[in-house]
Design a protein around this ligand. Sequence first.
Ligand code: URA
Ligand code: SF4
Length: 221
Amino acid sequence: MPGSTTAGSTTAGTKPARPGAEKWVPASADVESLARAVHDCRGCELWGPATQAVFSSGPADAALVLVGEQPGDREDREGEPFVGPAGRVLADALHAADLDPDEVYLTNAVKHFRFTERGKRRLHKTPDVAHIRACVPWLEAELAAVRPRVVVALGATAGRAVLGRPVRIGAERGQLLDGEPHDVLITTHPSALLRLRDRAEFGATFDAFVADLRTAADAAA
Ligand code: URA
Ligand code: SF4
């Protein structure tokens, strides 16, 4: 498409270098060391067009971990997860679920922003399975360091990263999956809420999202 470039597309048959993140993930590292090391990661091609890697926020000993998809435009510029519009919906939902946002560890399945340029705008582009696979060693290392009781996967990308298989949000959301070393709960991505124009539909979806967060928090308590 003229005037548009896509991070992660295979233009003119060139295959992107995608060795996976393993090589850049320090062994048995704490969250702080992981967050420093991620900036050197070249595990896939997404680091190139992005401003910076975005790691996590929240306490490194949290009982509850929430995993998003990837940083958005704002997150890419600021270097913090969930500081844009989806983050606002998430903050509202955490508040409605009586959860202290400072007690939750927030991260993403993919640490670099994937986007398409449309003039001056950078449009979010969903990561491919190959990007999720390349990046998952970071998430695994985080979960090994934080050792939460419950991991909430926000949306299909996070679900795939956390469970290592395709997930269908409609069919699987809201059930607590007992597991070791942590339970998993799949729910909606807050960005999906932002796309709902109908007020009643937004309300019902928001309430279901809040109920899912509550289920996860109760299991983590
Ligand atoms: N959406 C995500 O999945 N993660 C972020 O950090 C921001 C928006
Ligand atoms: Fe590494 Fe993940 Fe960034 Fe790819 S998206 S370069 S695997 S941190």
